[in-house]
Design a binder for this molecule. Structure first.
Ligand code: HEM
Length: 63
């Protein structure tokens, strides 16, 4: 249903090259990707700030 994120941290950009791959942009993407790339197939993820930070920290470690 979604892309393979196994090595997501090794790329310079995410979301089909739409945005830079850094903590802030990735957090924006996960919480509501529709504001970043309208019409894409990923639904908003209503995570708490703590959970969002934990998920982004984890993904940024996937070299
Ligand atoms: C906490 C849950 C989720 C996280 C952390 C997450 C994370 C991500 C990230 C980092 C990307 C960018 C990937 C890349 O550039 O290769 C992405 C894209 C995408 N995700 Fe998710 N995702 C989540 C939930 C979901 C769900 C539930 C779905 C579908 C039901 C989904 C579908 C997609 C799709 C289709 C894309 C590609 C969008 C595009 O580039 O047009 N994601 N996701």
């Amino acid at each position: 249903m979604g892309p393979d994120l196994t090595h997501v941290a090794s790329r310079d950009r995410i979301a089909a090259e739409t945005i830079p791959n850094d903590i802030g942009h990735m957090a924006d993407w996960i919480s509501n990707s529709q504001t970043v790339k309208p019409g894409n197939l990923m639904p908003p993820q209503p995570l708490s700030p703590q959970d969002l930070r934990a998920v982004v920290t984890y993904l940024q470690g996937l070299e």
